[in-house]
Design a protein around this ligand. Structure first.
Ligand code: PEP
Ligand code: MG
Length: 583
């Protein structure tokens, strides 16, 4: 039966495919596709994990004191029975053999399938066995994770895998549905085959949404209980424009969305012709359209759409999902250098690491212990708290600057003391490199304006920095006191709130007045509904995901900044800027 689930649209377009549910687990489980020659060893891994747990439970049974409560023995019996149940073992093999899921993914997927069957049972006693199943599955997962860690193959579906899947699923695209995906998970999925994403939690500018957008595939976040309502293999449509997920669509609905999907493809094709067109407004203003990237290889799509540089390299993605082993200076240097060389002489702005809040290093470092991670040890605060780690990154960036034009960007600054400490560490990194006889290059220094305190003390920032970059994602979050990753307050997350616009407008105006560079690198820069407004406020440099550049360029080509300037002032002065903008 057709039904729909509503969420927050984060990446445009339509995706139609079969649902792949990534079950949430309390354990940090990797999800990736294996190759067909790894099938047997993956099945062996699950078997070994399960046998170890069976042994453990049997030992417990044998060693149980005579006077132990009868329920305890009965419980162990139940656990053993569940572990050896055919539905679990054959299901897991199916996901590994037919879908090429890695062992842990197969196990959690089959757990999800069986637990739904439990949910539907009339008998309360049986229904409650779901918790037991969860416990034994977690035991097995723990055993598997404790054993030699699996080779982490990238989740790319190889040709052979595609053939296998064709037999099974008749060449249908796969759409990922999860309760939540960490930014590190998303990065893993970045080169994967998924045609779209749906998550239960998250807001429009949560980092998971940002990575989904950078993949340029339709995505809906904050869809509440989507991962509960949608079942493995259900046909679903993701409408990334409206934020709607349609489950089990009728043929008429399918045809309608198929049509819209083709329209979208035609529109992309049309936009791709603008790749080599200079971004100049009708009144002759040259506008800089830069790319936001997460990994060095993202320079390729950036160049493909004609980006004139990288305005934001979120270096923290090099640090994530590494289970505490951070990249050393050499590894970072090679990564930054690859990005710099990848841009073929165009400037690359590397932001120092910004972890914390909704970007944990990995699940083990998730900042649950702190009540308010977004207000805690994040970004530059994290870097200044660990000078050795920060100096390592600074040296790597300075060395990469010998290979091209590099700008260094510092996130989340608010205090003069933080600015001075940061600058003195940059000097110190230079001295360290001098002492080692290492070659390094010149850097332009920039600060992110993403805390209202920074936007209100611009003179201080302009005294020390060559350029500013407005991080509207956080600036909105901190100005309006709205957690950017919390779907329950997403309706209040408003880029057009007069206070937000005032801070953005003043920052642009002050930089322009002092002849300093200023750009916007938050999601506002890539939103075509806001391009004219930002141009009217005097912005000439926009940094966004490569996927958004051509649509923004189209807006630029149609704009006349002379006419937009007075209009932008009326938007800025309005009580309800959104209604003026809509006119
Ligand atoms: C921002 O806050 O707008 C920004 C660009 O940084 P991030 O989204 O990585 O926090
Ligand atoms: Mg930010």
């Amino acid at each position: 039966m057709t039904f729909s689930v509503h969420g927050i649209p984060v990446a445009r377009g339509v995706a139609i495919g079969r649902a792949v549910i990534v079950a949430s687990s309390r354990l940090d489980v990797a999800h990736y596709f294996i190759t067909s020659d790894q099938v047997e060893s993956e099945i062996d891994r699950v078997r070994a994990g399960r046998n170890a747990v069976v042994d453990e439970l049997q030992r417990l049974q044998q060693e149980m004191p005579k006077d132990a409560p009868h329920e305890l023995a009965a419980l162990l019996d139940v656990h053993l029975m569940l572990l050896q149940d055919e539905a679990l073992t054959s299901g897991v093999k199916h996901w590994i053999r037919d879908r090429l899921y890695n062992a842990e993914w197969a196990l959690t997927t089959q757990f999800e399938v069986i637990s739904r069957q439990f949910d539907e049972m009339e008998d309360e006693y049986l229904r409650e066995r779901k918790a037991d199943l969860e416990q034994v599955v977690e035991r097995v997962l723990r055993r598997m994770l404790g054993a030699a860690s699996p080779v982490v193959a990238p989740p790319v579906r190889h040709k052979r895998q595609q053939d296998l899947l064709l037999d099974d699923t008749l060449d249908v695209p796969l759409v990922l549905v999860a309760h939540d995906l960490s930014p590190a998970d998303m990065l893993q999925f970045k080169q994967s085959v998924f045609a779209g994403f749906v998550t239960d939690v998250g807001g429009k500018t949560s980092h998971t949404a940002i990575v989904a957008r950078s993949m340029d595939i339709p995505a809906v976040v904050g869809a509440r209980s989507a991962s509960q309502l949608i079942r493995q293999d259900d046909w679903i449509i993701i409408d990334g424009d409206a934020g709607v997920v349609i489950v089990d669509p009728s043929p008429i609905i399918l045809a309608e969305y198929g049509f819209r999907q083709r329209q979208g493809e035609l529109e992309r094709e049309r936009l791709s012709r603008l790749r080599n067109t200079a971004a100049i407004t009708l009144d002759g203003q040259r506008i800089e359209l830069l790319a936001n990237i997460e990994m060095p290889d993202d320079t390729l799509p950036a160049l493909k759409v004609g980006a004139v540089g990288v305005g934001l390299f979120r270096s923290e993605f090099l640090f994530m999902g590494r289970h505490g082993r951070l990249p050393d200076e050499e590894e970072q240097y090679q990564a930054y250098r690859r990005a710099v060389e990848g841009m073929q002489g165009l400037p690359v702005t590397i932001r120092t690491v910004d972890v914390g809040a909704d970007k944990p290093l990995d699940d083990a470092h998730h900042d649950d212990a702190h009540l308010n991670p977004a207000l805690g040890l994040r970004a530059i605060r994290w870097s200044l708290a660990d000078p050795a780690m920060f100096l390592t990154q600074l040296r790597a960036i300075l060395r990469a600057a010998a290979h091209g034009q590099v700008n260094l960007l510092i996130p989340m600054l608010a205090h003069g003391s933080e600015i001075r400490q940061t600058l003195s560490l940059i000097d110190h990194a230079r001295v360290q490199l001098d002492n080692q006889g290492m070659v390094y290059g010149p850097l332009k220094l920039g600060a992110m304006i993403e805390i209202p305190a920074a936007a209100l003390t611009l003179k201080l920032f302009l005294k020390y920095f060559d350029f500013l970059s407005i991080g509207t994602n956080d600036l909105i979050q901190y100005t309006l006191a709205i957690d950017r990753a919390d779907e329950s307050v997403a309706h209040l997350y408003d880029p057009l709130h007069p206070a937000v616009l005032r801070l953005v407008a003043d920052t642009i105006a002050e930089c322009n007045a002092q002849g300093k560079g200023v750009s916007v690198c938050g999601e506002m820069a890539g939103d075509t509904a806001l391009t004219r407004l930002l141009l009217g406020l005097g912005l000439r440099s926009f940094s966004m995901h490569p996927a958004q550049i051509l649509a923004v360029k189209q807006e630029v080509l149609r704009a006349d900044t002379g006419k937009l300037r007075p209009w932008a002032q009326t938007v800025l002065e309005a009580d309800e800027p959104a209604s003026v903008l809509a006119r």
